[in-house]
Design a binder for this molecule. Structure first.
Ligand code: NAP
Length: 242
């Protein structure tokens, strides 16, 4: 059985990644923080398509919680390992720097950047031992270009991009690849408060993307076919920024 863990699999881009990976034969571990109902809905969709999965609650920004949940899974699955990790969960807490509070900075850095270490370090060892692994980090246009009002979020996502490139080189010899996918504006709960009509005027394709359009490239990067792609950052942004 091939196992894939998707952080923040309960909604949005994470849900679409779960469905995609289940469709390519992975048993998907759907992580969530609070929204169990939505996580169960993701599982229902997977099962409805004939796939398999399970839900797993932990807060990716809390190292003790991550360690407890994943160590328990590893202990209960001797002989198996999680070969695909999609570091997807993330939050925004936008503010101009002159108004930004410590917690707005720290929560976004902890959830979007530090979590990358907390989750990845626990799963990398088995990927190396088994000489196959895929780590796919969902970053953002904001981490490449920087967006006003998002210094915290841009810094966190840029940090993950740097880590992606560094770790890709650490593990390449053992056939473990590490890549990042950088969405532009995607229609999810995260962008619900944005003025789509105004923003879409800036996007060459003239529209927001759908979660499935991000999941498509995540599914490819997770596949055997993507074996020679590592340390890459792939834009999914309708031509907004290259
Ligand atoms: P979303 O609809 O707001 O969903 C966020 C997901 O992350 C939910 O499943 C949520 O779980 C989970 N989550 C948040 N904090 C968590 C934590 N501390 N521990 C565990 N899970 C946590 O967001 P989205 O738009 O799908 O975004 C997914 C990723 O894409 C994020 O990294 C985001 O930064 C990135 N991104 C999004 C866009 C966009 O336009 N939407 C653009 C660029 C990048 P609960 O359901 O339990 O709350």
């Amino acid at each position: 059985m091939k196992y894939a863990l998707v952080t923040g699999g309960s909604r949005g881009i994470g849900r679409a990644c779960c469905v995609k990976l289940a469709g390519t034969g992975h048993k998907v571990i759907i992580n969530f923080r609070t929204n169990q109902q939505e996580a169960e809905k993701t599982l229902e969709i997977i099962r409805g398509n004939g796939g398999e999965g399970e839900i797993m609650k932990f807060d990716i920004s809390k190292p003790e919680e991550v360690e407890k949940a994943l160590s328990a899974w590893i202990q209960q699955h001797e002989g198996d390992y999680i070969s695909v990790l999609v570091n997807n969960a993330g939050i925004r807490k936008d503010a101009l720097v002159m108004w930004m509070k410590d917690d707005e900075w720290l929560d976004v850095i902890n959830t979007n950047l530090n979590s990358f270490l907390y989750v990845s370090r626990l799963l990398i060892k088995d990927m190396l031992l088994n000489k196959f692994g895929r780590i796919i980090n969902v970053v953002s246009l904001s981490g490449l270009k920087g967006l006003p009002g998002q210094a915290n979020y841009s810094a966190a996502k840029a940090g993950v991009i740097g880590a992606t490139k560094a770790i890709a080189q650490e593990v390449a010899k053992k056939k473990v690849t590490v890549n990042a996918v950088a969405p532009g504006f995607i229609r999810t709960d995260m962008t619900r408060d944005m003025d789509e009509n105004q923003l879409k005027a800036m996007i060459p394709m003239g529209r927001f993307g759908n979660p499935e359009e991000v999941a498509g490239i995540v599914g490819f990067l997770a596949s055997e076919e993507a074996s020679y792609i590592t340390g890459a950052v792939i834009n999914v942004n309708g031509g907004l920024y290259t």
